[in-house]
Design a protein around this ligand. Structure first.
Ligand SMILES: [Zn+2]
Length: 263
């Protein structure tokens, strides 16, 4: 029998406390019946004085045993792990590209790693509001590295990392989501949600880029089952301005898609 993870803390559970009290109550009842029974055998004269109602109870000492057993079984039932109950309770992973040590692309005072951390925080905010379980590679300004982000993918119903593109040409623009072919539809939905808010165009196949077609080649986050959303070009002044003005709205749109997808 596999027990729940925190079974050592079980005494804190109300159902376990009630079960234990009830088990003690029944075992006490049983002991009391037994004592009376012995008493009756050894002191027949005194036994005659015992009220009839109490004697009536005696053959029912098995009731006390049953009560005791059911209390103990109840405690075990509460402590038994039921993984099937948790499968419906999966989590969403949202992470920010790059890290506190690696700023990613930079345009003036704006660093990709910082902008996408803000975006991750905003998406996490809306997931939390909706009561969705989620994991992130940090909160606030914390942005853990790629290895930490990849570790969060396993077990999540969907995992998304946010980046911003950069190009030598300041004209380069648009939104894209790099993902495995199995996630093509979700990738297109995510790109469209962001593009609609920022007023940007879609890159690739309606916003989806197959990782085999990506200029960066194989990406660890995607090979492990995640999706990378490129939230526009940090090198494009207009797209950068759109991001700074409207990223909360875009994050809400992204969160709505992830919530829908995770259900
Ligand atoms: Zn990046």
């Amino acid at each position: 029998m596999k027990l729940i993870d925190n079974w050592k803390q079980a005494w804190k559970l109300k159902s376990v406390q009630v079960g234990a009290i009830s088990a003690f109550f029944y075992i006490f009842m049983y002991a009391a019946f037994e004592l009376l029974w012995q008493f009756g055998t050894y002191f027949p004269q005194l036994w005659a004085v015992v009220p009839e109602e109490i004697k009536q109870l005696l053959p029912h000492s098995w009731v006390a045993w049953l009560g005791f057993l059911s209390s103990v079984l109840g405690i075990f039932a509460r402590l038994r792990a039921q993984p099937e109950l948790h499968e419906v309770n999966q989590f969403v992973t949202v992470t920010a590209g790059h890290s506190n040590k690696d700023p990613g692309a930079v345009n003036g005072k704006f660093k990709e790693a910082e902008l996408v951390s803000q975006f991750r925080n905003a998406v996490a905010y809306y997931l939390r509001e909706a009561g969705i379980q989620y994991k992130t590679d940090g909160a606030g300004t914390l942005n853990q590295d790629l290895n930490s982000a990849i570790k969060l993918i396993k077990g999540s119903s969907v995992a998304v990392e946010f980046h911003m593109n950069a190009a030598a040409s300041k004209q380069a623009n648009g939104i894209e989501t790099i993902a495995l072919p199995k996630d093509k539809k979700l990738a297109q939905e995510l790109s469209k949600a962001v593009a609609d808010v920022f007023g940007s165009r879609l890159r690739g196949d309606n916003g989806w880029i197959d990782q085999s077609q990506s200029a960066r080649g194989k990406l660890g986050f995607i090979s492990n089952g995640g999706l990378i959303v490129e939230l526009g070009f940090i090198s494009n002044e207009a797209e950068l301005a759109q991001f700074n003005a409207k990223y909360w709205t875009a994050a809400k749109a992204v969160a709505m898609i992830l919530i829908k997808y995770s259900k």
